[in-house]
Design a protein around this ligand. Structure first.
Ligand code: NDP
Length: 299
């Protein structure tokens, strides 16, 4: 029978450990980690993400600093804010919500974030550290997918994995994580030939494309594990909430996959949990404190 990988449940257990670690950090070191989230403009989806990050931060026992800037903010103004946050000792993690308005170069902004506070793991130093297998911050979504795979499959050594999508925030770091875990990795993209046939050979399929229900049943090998990163908004539900659909045709793929993440309730909750983890890690690393080993069972 197909196993539904419950990201809500797994992220709840992970967040519980994070909250416990933060209680100890406060009690033993008098430290409360702080996460600063910057939103430029009023994109409705970004607004929801920023709000939920703020709620999760406070729930974990950390300080949340929200900076909401008008859509006409210049790159210079944003860079000046980042510089202040870099120098603010109360701030352990800095995240700039994407997308940013056209007048701002997102990568230029990421480049000035202190790599030790780059809890999104997007700074070139952290991306490079992942590539060479050094310590650093790993991007939250691929880290969350990796935790789900470990939870579902245990040791991934020798498995064939295909990642559909080669973005800097999901596809490429995901490939590095799976390579580190001794998978044989294929990275597919919009120019890949015979994608369905390549997918059908994989033990692990990670779909990070942004195309609703693109991955079909006949793309999947019997018993494969399918991780659906995609979040596609398809109108609204009866209660007026946005209806979310993944990149995988969930119903039909469930008939053949060994395990599969739902959308919503799969990768999404893990992304936020990993942001909390990275912020805790930043608070510890900046002060040369060891992060508790209770996280080994997840990572
Ligand atoms: P990008 O748009 O940056 O990248 C999409 C990738 O998909 C590109 O590499 C593109 O190829 C590839 N692609 C597009 N069309 C096809 C196709 N027909 N066949 C094969 N590959 C294709 O997206 P992101 O990586 O930022 O996000 C991907 C999805 O994941 C989105 O739905 C996004 O909303 C979601 N997401 C979810 C998160 C979560 O927390 N659950 C977090 C981040 C993203 P090429 O490079 O050739 O253009």
């Amino acid at each position: 029978m197909t196993k539904i990988i419950d990201g809500k449940l797994i992220s709840a257990a992970f967040k519980e450990k994070i909250a416990e670690a933060i209680i100890s950090l406060k009690a033993e070191q008098n430290i409360t980690p702080g996460l600063a989230v910057v939103l430029v403009g009023a994109d409705p989806a970004s607004d929801v993400y920023v709000r939920s990050k703020g709620v999760a931060t406070k729930k974990a026992g950390m300080n949340s600093y929200e900076h909401r800037l008008p859509a006409e903010t210049t790159e210079e103004e944003l860079l000046a804010l980042i510089e202040n946050l870099n120098n603010d000792d109360a701030v352990d993690g800095i995240l700039v919500q994407s997308p940013v308005p056209d007048q701002i170069n997102y990568q230029a902004v990421v480049d000035v974030i202190d790599p030790n506070k780059d809890v999104d793991g997007f700074h070139p130093i952290n991306a490079g550290n992942l590539l060479i297998g050094s310590q650093g911050f790993v991007a939250c979504t691929p880290l969350g997918c990796s935790i789900l795979l470990k939870h579902t499959l245990g040791d991934l050594t020798g498995l064939d994995a295909i990642i559909i999508g080669r973005s800097t925030i999901v596809g490429k770091p995901m490939a590095m994580l799976l390579l580190q875990q001794n998978c044989t990795v294929t990275i597919a993209h919009s120019r890949t030939k015979d994608l369905d046939k390549k997918c059908a050979q994989a033990d692990i399929v990670v779909a990070a494309v942004g195309r609703p229900e693109m991955v079909k049943k006949d793309w999947i090998k019997q018993g494969a594990t399918v991780i659906d990163v995609g979040i596609n908004r398809m109108g609204s539900t009866e209660t007026g909430k946005a209806k979310l659909v993944g990149d995988v045709a969930f119903e039909e793929v469930s008939e053949i996959a060994g395990a599969i993440t739902p959308v919503p309730g799969g990768v999404g909750p893990m992304t936020i949990a990993c942001l909390m983890y990275n912020t805790l890690k930043a608070a510890c690393d900046r002060r040369d404190l060891d992060i508790p080993d209770v996280f080994d069972e997840f990572l």
